[in-house]
Design a protein around this ligand. Structure first.
Ligand SMILES: CC(C)(COP(=O)(O)OP(=O)(O)OC[C@H]1O[C@@H](n2cnc3c(N)ncnc32)[C@H](O)[C@@H]1OP(=O)(O)O)[C@@H](O)C(=O)NCCC(=O)NCCS
Length: 170
């Protein structure tokens, strides 16, 4: 039986970049996101040290090591109520509640602190784990984006999924 992990969710710090290099080395992390393989450590360090101004980055830590990462990319103007979400968990720690802990914190931050009522994301249609996780947290499939990205020599479709804060539907 897998031991229950003690997971801490916090804001991303610049010195998390070395752990994030390890997460991005995961084969199924690259395959299920828009990340490229063969990224240099320098590139990843630069991205962690200089996040876009509209990004809110959360990490999941276990025993002092960052093993999961979630980004909210806030929209502006007439879409200021909306944000785009992306996330990834180190392959050794997937299926143990890390994604759920990250998503729960991100929904709290977005809905209860940033007054965001629409959280949207894209997930490849063959990413059953991802789709199941998002369904569990109230995201619904709004449509299919055909040939959304190129992956390992072929195009792949993606679902557009979104979670609307309850009172915004009425
Ligand atoms: C998708 C991902 C973020 C999920 O994170 P995770 O830590 O593995 O998720 P959790 O352990 O919290 O699982 C949450 C739910 O996801 C589903 N799930 C996760 N792993 C699963 C598995 N191996 N088999 C079936 N369902 C699974 C289940 O519905 C689970 O709910 P439950 O705990 O009530 O059974 C993670 O697997 C990952 O990083 N994958 C590679 C990158 C990626 O796909 N990113 C998302 C791109 S949109």
């Amino acid at each position: 039986m897998t031991e229950t992990l003690s997971i801490t969710i916090r804001g991303q710090n610049t010195d998390d970049w070395e752990n994030i290099v390890e997460i991005l080395a995961g084969e199924n992390v690259v395959a299920n996101t828009l990340q490229l393989p063969y990224q240099s450590r320098d590139t990843i360090q630069d991205r962690v040290e200089n996040p876009p101004a509209n990004a809110r980055m959360l990490v999941a830590e276990v025993d002092g090591t960052v093993i999961g990462l979630l980004g909210l990319h806030l929209h502006q103007g007439r879409q200021a109520h909306a944000t785009e979400l992306g996330m990834m968990v180190h392959p050794d720690f997937q299926g143990q509640g890390v994604g759920s802990a990250l998503l729960e914190a991100a929904i709290d931050l977005a809905e209860n602190w940033l007054n965001i009522s629409r959280i949207e994301l894209t997930v490849f249609t063959d990413n059953a784990d991802g789709v199941a996780l998002y369904h569990k947290f109230g995201f619904e499939i709004e449509g299919t984006l055909h040939d959304y990205a190129f992956r390992a020599g072929e195009y792949v479709d993606a679902y557009l999924m979104a979670r609307l804060r309850e009172e915004s539907r009425t």
